[in-house]
Design a protein around this ligand. Sequence first.
Ligand code: BJW
Length: 319
Amino acid sequence: MASFGKSIVPEADLKSFTEYLVGCKRIVALLGAGISAASGLPTFRGAGGLWRAHDATSLATQEAFDESPGLVWQFYSYRRHMALQADPNKAHHALAELARRNADFITLSQNVDGLSQRANHPAKQLHLLHGTLFTVKCTNFYCNYSEENYTDPIVPALEIPKKSSGLNPSATDKTGEEASKALAEALSGTTNEVDISDVSNPIFIVDKKDLPQCPECKDGLLRPGVVWFGEALPERTLKVVDKWIAAGPIDLCLVIGTSARIWPAAGYVHEARSQGARVAVCNMDPKDTPGELHYGDWFFQGDAGVIIPEILKSVIGEI
Ligand code: BJW
């Protein structure tokens, strides 16, 4: 887990938040990529928002996929791989625990990395606004095929290349030292993989015929089951969330690790406010608030992986 240093939540804020939290019934959390930063996954904007020379958000588009399906699949295959290697951090676990203790708490996640699910966040209280990396669906307009898929790599052509060790056990190696080193490297897993997110490491763009193909219509390419710009969010999810919001006053809206710039997700903070919610933001960057903060809101600056378990401790205990 990456280290972001020790968080120091100002005592007065922690006290007023805790006093309010214990009386809260209906709570909604909006999550963004920053909650998974402590698990080692990059965010979209700011440092880490580049994948090779590409702005990550420019690859999350139908246009990019149409133009270069090989490149876009490499981007998503790499992110599937990284997400599977990562572990949920204390913030994911803290929110899952809050959900177990409070049936009136829901989480709206913009993240596609599967870390909330792997922290055992109760599924009924977790709404995935932007889909997940681990479903794939057919791109053929006439085919509705979709499947859950955790295979890594999803097809052999998308395997992340290994660094060449330069240690080919040879006839001149009498001691077996080279073979042991090569074996140790092979067993060390990800450490000998080429970092294909770094543009200085060349990659081959995978041919269309070697990308994931639809097993049903046998005609379309498969694509990641995520929501790209200009696409509608999952209709059923929106309906369930809208119904929950309309069901009554909301006490608290937690906004965690998101720049809150992408709509309609960012709009949920305003909807929660219109139902009476006070807002508590946790972000590394004090400029990343969902609009202006109001009197009675909280801003907790720092790593969500440290701050979230700390501010929820009075209700969920030690994580
Ligand atoms: C930490 C931290 C640590 C770092 N601890 N914090 C209204 C107005 C204007 C525009 C629109 C509008 N409505 C719709 C639009 C258009 C568009 C949009 O919002 N554009 C904006 C540029 C303005 N929206 C859409 O296109 C949406 N679709 C839509 O509206 O459809 C309408 C429709 C209806 C009917 C039919 C057809 C269409 C779809 C949006 C989909 C977004 N997709 C992506 C990619 C998903 C797949 C993938 O992962 O590849 O979702 S883009 C990307 O942004 C991804 C994220 O979920 C999303 C949000 O980013 P997030 O999570 O906030 O990340 P960052 O990087 O921005 O922020 C990280 C934060 O963490 C920072 O603040 C850091 O400081 C912080 N941080 N470390 C705590 N340790």
